[in-house]
Ligand binder design. Structure first.
Ligand code: FE
Length: 230
């Protein structure tokens, strides 16, 4: 039995989809998990956006002691805010005027879903995964994020049991803002590190065009395969 999702035209299952269906059905038959439990987790995942991550960032911007705890142990600091990061080690990396951080999963698509929701398609593309480790400055520029040469860029490769999240720089001109207002400046892309947080008073940036370009396949055959980077 296979689940048809969406209204698109039929296409055969990929190897990974087949493996997922096989494993899920086997776990169901053995009574380890029920379809209802799988559906509930999937629905919960889909309902999440980047609000949880934004809440964490805004707290860190307004509470220096919390920020230190967050950088020391991301998982524990999230639990303080009632955010469960189940069975994962969350490492929060702080942007500074000297260092800009960006995250990737070179192997597949590991992503801090519990804080940011489902990953965008470009994050999962082989194009992003292979290039951001090799030429991060160029890739960020394609997202419209120009990092000056004197600022170092650190690329963090996620794994199955460890996730990274970027703590963006607090935008100038936000002195005295409360947490809720600050959270409105924290975008998904700023917590991945392909963008900065919104500036105070600015309109939401037109990131959609950049994201669309990233969703389309580019020739990547000249790049090493993801496993090269592991
Ligand atoms: Fe992954």
């Amino acid at each position: 039995r296979c689940r048809m999702s969406g209204l698109g035209k039929y296409s055969p299952l990929t190897d990974f989809q087949l493996m997922e269906v096989s494993l899920r059905e086997l776990l169901g038959e053995k009574g380890v998990v029920s379809d209802a439990e799988v559906d509930a987790v999937a629905a919960d995942m889909k309902s999440r956006g980047p609000e949880r991550g934004a809440k964490v960032v805004a707290r860190a911007w307004t509470d220096a002691a919390y920020k230190q705890r967050l950088l020391a142990d991301g998982t524990k600091a999230c639990e303080e805010l009632g955010l469960d990061v189940p069975a994962l080690r969350l490492v929060v990396v702080e942007n500074t005027p000297q260092v800009h951080n960006v995250i990737v999963c070179t192997l597949c698509s590991c992503y801090p879903r519990m804080l940011l929701g489902l990953p965008p398609d470009w994050y999962k593309s082989s194009n992003y995964r292979s290039r951001v480790v090799r030429e991060p400055r160029a890739v960020l520029a394609e997202f419209g994020t120009r990092i000056p040469d004197e600022v170092a860029i650190r690329v963090h490769d996620s794994t199955a049991d460890m996730r990274y999240m970027v703590l963006p720089l607090r935008p100038a001109g936000t002195e005295g803002w409360n947490e809720q207002r600050l959270a409105g400046l924290v975008t998904r892309d700023s917590m991945v590190g392909v963008a900065r947080a919104r500036t105070a008073g600015a309109r939401p940036p037109p990131t959609r065009a950049a994201a669309c370009r990233w969703a389309t396949a580019r020739p990547t055959s000249s790049f090493p395969t993801a496993s090269t980077w592991k």
